[in-house]
Design a protein around this ligand. Structure first.
Ligand code: FAD
Length: 541
């Protein structure tokens, strides 16, 4: 099945015409993972997302596929083991967007970890998470630590430890999972908002009413089971279902800032102490470095969280304490993003102490809600949720249906038989008119699908890579407008904000013309873009 924004009307008709085994509400990483798992078990699946795919928390994380080091501190050994295994599986299945990144852990005066506890902690972590031999921890003297990262604060530095995290792109991971589900027959549509449940005579859920956000049209979806994978909005659906009882969500906000690499020319990624006892990351990415995150209680608008001046100052202060020669100031910050963690409330616990464990709630009406968890653990969360569906549909006895097999599925774009850099070099041999760096940039987003973008650029767009990329996303990733492309599909608004202004009009016109939008729809898309753009630079006001 194609995944083209041109076919949206047809998909919406399909959504109403056919009864489904499973409707997934929410197109973040959790919902995407569930759709893929369910379709591969033989269920008839659809997924609706009220805005763009990954527009919630799944485009606003630290973008790491963790091995779970942080859980070691909370003594959550089970999670360390699980996410360590998941990381290895994801690396195998999506090598274009899961890239090993050596991380330096400086040991500092007054820091949360000493030399011996760090060494022991990393040792235990390596074993629990099943870390490959060549990626296991390496402890460093003060001099060796400074060699790795000369910008560290020599006055407080005592030594360091090296371990490996995996860098990713959360929104791209979500879209690759969705594409893999759609390739297998799942029907996934963005800008369709859940409104209410349909109930049978026994008050059991058997469908939902939703709204096409672009047309305002009401849509009725017949589904035997519904999974609520709405991340920070999980409790909204539980309220509609009257099932918001004892357990509820506790939202905490985390922000990141992006600065030019020239202003903080890190040689490598660093996970460092903040004076308040927390730890944050500074991660080089292309010509930029991003730093974060914060962790504060959040009770405001879930749709548009943004970084306040105070959040940005906290992050700058933390960075200046660890890298004092940089003297970073507010004006160095080019863009920010801000996300909400959908954690499960525990009385008396501070934001950073709340468990990141996921949990499934099943209501009297049959609504299955999944909350908590991490980007990294999405596959196992999906497996657990779909197990519940199979059990309820009583198909667990039919063995060929109910086994989870996503461990063995290469995600869309993941068919690289070599490193992304080698793959890009090989591809450029066939398309010599393009620079290898530009090809690599595409490979790190679209993986083995990059070949289609290059071929289209050559044949239809007079070698214009940007338009060929925009078209690929429209036709294959249900990209409807400038916001979808520039924020979630390509990450340009976060990482290239000062230099993209001259291409925005071109891209906006491209989507509006190709999709034949009415003046009214163009205007509402512009309002959405203005809002999203505002949140990226809001701290300046
Ligand atoms: C600051 C921060 C840093 C993080 N860093 C990491 C990290 O480095 N590594 C890691 O593994 N994890 C990380 N996480 C956690 C991870 O990002 C989240 O656990 C994960 O993205 C949650 O995904 P989700 O699909 O459950 O929620 P979301 O991505 O929020 O998806 C829920 C979706 O439901 C949709 N929705 C809501 N209501 C409706 C409705 N009525 N109808 C239709 N759709 C609806 C929303 O629009 C949204 O797209 C981080 C989280 C934060 C906040």
């Amino acid at each position: 099945m194609p995944f083209s924004a041109r076919k949206r009307t047809q998909y919406i008709q399909q959504l109403q015409a056919e009864p489904f085994d499973l409707l997934v509400v929410g197109g973040g990483i959790t919902g995407a993972g569930i759709a893929l798992d369910a379709i591969t078990r033989g269920l008839k699946v659809c997924l609706i997302e009220k805005s763009d795919f990954a527009s919630g928390t799944s485009s606003r994380s630290t973008k790491l596929i963790h091995g779970g080091l942080r859980y070691l501190k909370q003594l959550e050994f089970g999670i360390v083991r699980e996410v360590g295994q998941e990381r290895a599986i994801l690396y195998k299945n999506a090598p274009h967007i899961v890239i090993p990144e050596r991380m330096l852990l400086p040991i500092v005066e007054g820091g949360s970890l000493g030399k011996y506890s760090t060494s022991l902690g990393l040792y235990v972590y390596d074993r629990l998470a099943g870390v490959e031999k060549e990626e296991r921890r390496n402890m460093l003297s003060k001099e060796a630590t400074l060699e790795k990262e000369p910008l560290l604060n020599t006055e407080i530095l005592k030594g360091g430890g090296m371990y490996v995290e995996y860098r990713s792109d959360d929104a791209r991971l979500t879209i690759e999972v969705l594409k893999s589900a759609v390739e297998r027959g799942a029907l996934c549509i963005n800008y369709v908002e859940f409104s209410s449940f349909l109930l049978d005579a026994n008050n059991k859920i058997n469908g939902a009413v939703a709204k096409d956000v672009f047309t305002g049209e009401t849509i009725k979806i017949a589904a035997k089971k519904i999974i609520n994978a709405c991340g920070p909005w999980v409790d909204d659906l539980r309220k509609t279902d009257n099932s918001l009882k004892k357990k509820r969500l506790h939202l905490t906000k985390g922000i990141h800032i992006v600065i030019k690499k020239e202003r903080l020319p890190l040689k490598q990624a660093v996970y460092f102490d903040v004076k308040d006892g927390r730890m944050i990351f500074a991660i080089p990415r292309g010509k930029k470095v991003y730093i974060g995150t914060t962790d504060t209680n959040y009770k405001d608008d879930t749709n548009f969280p943004f970084a306040t001046k105070q959040d940005v100052q906290y992050t700058l202060d933390a960075a200046n304490n660890m890298f004092p020669s940089a003297n970073l100031i507010m004006d160095d910050v080019e863009s920010t993003w801000s996300g909400l963690r959908p954690l499960i409330h525990e009385d008396g616990k501070s934001p950073s102490d709340l468990s990141r464990k996921d949990e499934i709630f099943i209501s009297d009406s049959g609504l299955i809600s999944i909350a908590g968890g991490k980007l990294t653990g999405f596959r196992k969360m999906a497996e657990r949720s779909v197990n519940v569906v199979c059990k309820q549909l009583k198909i667990e006895e039919q063995r060929e249906f109910n086994k989870c097999s996503t461990e063995h599925i290469k995600l869309s774009g993941g068919n690289l038989d070599k490193s992304p850099a080698d793959y890009a070099r090989d591809l450029q041999d066939d398309f010599k008119q393009f620079y290898v760096d530009d090809v690599l940039n595409l490979v790190l987003k679209y993986g083995s699908n990059t070949q289609y973008i290059l071929a289209a650029a050559q044949t239809n767009f007079k070698d214009d890579l940007l338009l060929a990329e925009a078209e690929y996303c429209l036709e294959n990733e249900m990209t409807n407008n400038l916001s979808d492309f520039i924020i979630r599909r390509s990450g340009r608004l976060y990482f290239e904000r000062p230099t993209i202004s001259n291409t925005m009009q071109l891209l906006d016109d491209y989507y509006n013309q190709q999709l034949n939008y009415t003046a009214e729809l163009i205007s509402s898309n512009h309002q959405l873009f203005d809002k999203e753009y505002h949140d990226v630079v809001a701290f300046r006001n």
